[in-house]
Write a new protein. Structure first.
Length: 173
């Protein structure tokens, strides 16, 4: 019998995310010298909190925005891999570097470049507005679209299942 999504969350130690379509709504604003992306502050808070709680946060994106990398590293991401055209290769490289097992990884992606990694991860998750092919292989579809709390959704659910969400000492109110 296949385990439920919530049962799979008990083993998660590592969150791995795509950026465009997950942390963002997928839209890009073209400026003269750069592409502008909008990241959600609630997603950012969840990343920061998970990092404080000892989770590994890995970002694998085909994009090349140094500003996105800087923002996510400032929030506590363990590592950000930009310009990742072969995400499965990057996944294997990160796995070798950090020593995690497949069943310890929750990967959230939204489109075809995420497909092969999502097949490997212990939990494959996607935003509500992900590509049909990605929805078909996801263990969990967030009710939220990319850029609109889907990152927060999966982090919060995982930490709640593991009894680590809303820890007053970690929140520093």
């Amino acid at each position: 019998m296949k385990k439920s999504y919530k049962q799979l969350l008990h083993k998660i130690t590592t969150f791995m995310f795509d950026v465009d379509g997950v942390f963002t709504n997928g839209d890009v604003i073209l400026m003269e010298h750069d592409i502008v992306r909008v990241l959600n502050s609630r997603d950012g808070y969840a990343v920061q909190y998970a990092a404080k709680m000892g989770y590994r946060i890995l970002i694998v994106t085909g994009g090349s925005s140094v500003q996105v990398e800087k923002r996510l590293m400032n929030l506590g991401a363990t590592e950000v891999r930009l310009s990742s055209s072969d995400k499965l290769k990057v996944y294997h490289d990160l796995q070798e570097k950090y020593g995690f097992q497949d069943d310890e990884v929750l990967y959230m992606g939204d489109d075809i470049p995420d497909y092969r990694v999502m097949e490997r991860a212990g939990v494959a998750a996607c935003p509500q507005d992900a590509a049909v092919e990605i929805k078909a292989i996801s263990d969990y579809q967030s009710p939220y679209n990319g850029g609109r709390y889907c990152v927060r959704d999966v982090i919060e659910q995982t930490l709640r299942v593991q009894g680590k969400w809303f820890n007053e000492e970690a929140h520093h109110w």
